[in-house]
Design a protein around this ligand. Structure first.
Ligand SMILES: [Zn+2]
Length: 256
């Protein structure tokens, strides 16, 4: 199943699909457009999350679908999960969780980068805005994903706001999509506009998620993420899906 958008006029959706095929999708269509010219730049997605495991659990299946289609994938972690292991120092937790994030990214064929903030103490300051802007300017992705800003976790909210600010100040160059993290327990009032069918990648997604053993991730996955991806699959009429909200003031694109 192709990606779907809910709540849109169907004729507009078809128009979006055509534009997306020329503008964002990799593979045969994109390659043909560059035939006879120098090799095209590899298209890139960037997924920003507050902590190791957020990008993987929320859009790991989508990351893998883009990687399978030939995109470069960058996963930006705002923090290294310093406060995420009870009874362990921040330094040791950061070491453990960085290794888990790197392993997860290796499984997804993604490149991890770290913004240098501290789990549980992330900041919104002018310096931090400038830092995020510099990262996005340097990476120049073709598509951005980040947390939906209404979330119980401050780091998730801060990540969303930093990315939004950088995206605005850089001129809204690429489509921006918000993802959900365990809707109900963390993400709030999330009403998806777009869905990605992850049936073909869900098993590899789980492998990447389950390397976060320090987070007892299998238990939380069973309670939150598993039912969520199955429910989104029911909504999108496929096996498993991940859901997103598109920022309507950026360039449009149907997801893969
Ligand atoms: Zn998180």
């Amino acid at each position: 199943m192709e990606s779907t958008r809910h709540g849109s006029n169907s004729s507009l959706v078809r128009g979006f699909t055509r534009r997306a095929a020329g503008g964002l999708l990799a593979g045969a269509a994109a390659s043909a457009a560059f035939a006879g010219q120098s090799a095209p730049r590899q298209r890139k997605i960037l997924v920003a999350g507050g902590h190791p495991d957020d990008p993987e659990t929320s859009c790991g299946g989508t990351i893998l679908r883009y990687v399978d289609a030939g995109f470069e994938s960058v996963v930006l972690y705002l923090t290294r999960g310093e406060a995420g292991i009870e009874g362990v120092s921040h330094q040791e937790a950061a070491r453990i969780r960085t290794a888990e994030a790197e392993k997860a990214c290796k499984l997804m064929k993604a490149r991890p980068i770290f913004a240098g903030q501290i789990d549980g103490s992330s900041e919104i300051t002018n310096a931090r805005y400038a830092e995020m802007r510099a990262i996005l300017e340097k990476e120049a992705p073709d598509l951005i994903f980040t947390h939906w800003p209404l979330d119980t976790h401050r780091d998730h909210r801060h990540c969303a706001n930093l990315v939004l600010d950088a995206w605005l100040s850089l001129g809204r160059r690429q489509p921006l999509f918000y993802y959900e993290v365990a809707t109900g327990s963390q993400t709030q009032v999330f009403r998806p506009t777009d869905y990605v069918d992850i049936t073909a990648t869900v098993e590899r997604k789980h492998e990447a998620c389950f390397v976060h053993v320090s987070q007892k991730i299998r238990e939380t996955y069973e309670r939150h993420h598993g039912p969520m991806e199955r429910f989104r699959g029911i909504e999108a009429r496929c096996g498993s899906a991940e859901a997103f909200i598109r920022h309507v003031q950026g360039p449009d694109a149907l997801l893969i």
